[in-house]
Design a protein around this ligand. Sequence first.
Ligand SMILES: Cc1cc2nc3c(=O)[nH]c(=O)nc-3n(C[C@H](O)[C@H](O)[C@H](O)COP(=O)(O)OP(=O)(O)OC[C@H]3O[C@@H](n4cnc5c(N)ncnc54)[C@H](O)[C@@H]3O)c2cc1C
Length: 319
Amino acid sequence: MDLNRQYDAIVIGGGPAGLTAGIYLSRARLKTLIINEGTVGGQLILTHEIANYPGVESISGYQLANVMKKQAMAFGCDIRSNVSIRHIALEGESKTVTLSDGNTYSAESFILTPGGRSRTLGVPGENKLKGRGISYCATCDGDFFTGKEIVVVGGGNSALEEAVSLTKYATKVTIVHQFDHFQAFEHAVSEAQDNPKIQFLMESKIISFYGKESLENVDIRNEKSGEIQNFKTDGVFIFIGYVPNTEFLKGKVLLNQWGEIEIKPDMSTNINGVFAAGDSTAKRYRQVTTAVGDGTVAALAASNYLHELKAKQKQLILI
Ligand SMILES: Cc1cc2nc3c(=O)[nH]c(=O)nc-3n(C[C@H](O)[C@H](O)[C@H](O)COP(=O)(O)OP(=O)(O)OC[C@H]3O[C@@H](n4cnc5c(N)ncnc54)[C@H](O)[C@@H]3O)c2cc1C
């Protein structure tokens, strides 16, 4: 194999977890490659403003991602972005990944950080009207709904916080939630309840989206009475959780029933030399800071693994 394609560590995913791992590994003088499917930065680049990253009062997600990327590259980390994985083999000491362009890269350690994506409702009309009135990102699309009446679906922290932030643009926000109570933190619930632009449709579900060119109205079913009302709206924002981007890892590494990567406290997986970090792992809180923390632990554990492996290999040569 071309030596240039041999690395000490390969990181799959270039969001905050992957970039942090890249910074730590490269700074430890380990030859590191980050492979990222889309634009480097992950979900960070969908985030208009990050105001909860310690040490930085306020920064756009795009800017923060770019600083992380520059930092990793300055330490010598290679990055391949906008590529897709054709095959990945994680068993054994030498692990490989083949990209759709045919290039194969190998390393003795892998760190998996593919993150996640928004969950969809999966009801009629949703696919057709995605991006034409249906959105999963308030910071990306909120501005398009200035002066309009919109619906927010969900009852967790994201739904309630984003509903409040959308009142900066919309004249009225109706929160549709399937249960009679919210799963969000108390402060997020009271902030939404105290906002005069927000109203609530509890124990209700959207069961259909309608519109010719763009979204015009939705059918909302009351789960208690079974009654269906046709509701006119300019836009629907859906915040009902996320799906880990781990489809390509099925059968390669241990996943739980939700497709999240099972990890031990040092971020190691069930496969020797393979670590995971960030939103794709089995954990409760998904934030930039937690992704960055996980990326740090995974990189330090991978460095330690590589150090021990190289010492073992050296000993074998001497024998
Ligand atoms: C709209 C929005 C607003 C948010 N606001 C905040 C906030 O204010 N503060 C905060 O702390 N957190 C916020 N978050 C959450 C935060 O962005 C995430 O927790 C964090 O980005 C997770 O980092 P990650 O590296 O684990 O995954 P991600 O950011 O999801 O990055 C994963 C990367 O892996 C790539 N990838 C996926 N599959 C593959 C594959 N097969 N091969 C190669 N690459 C792959 C993806 O393209 C992506 O670039 C927000 C999220 C969203 C969506």
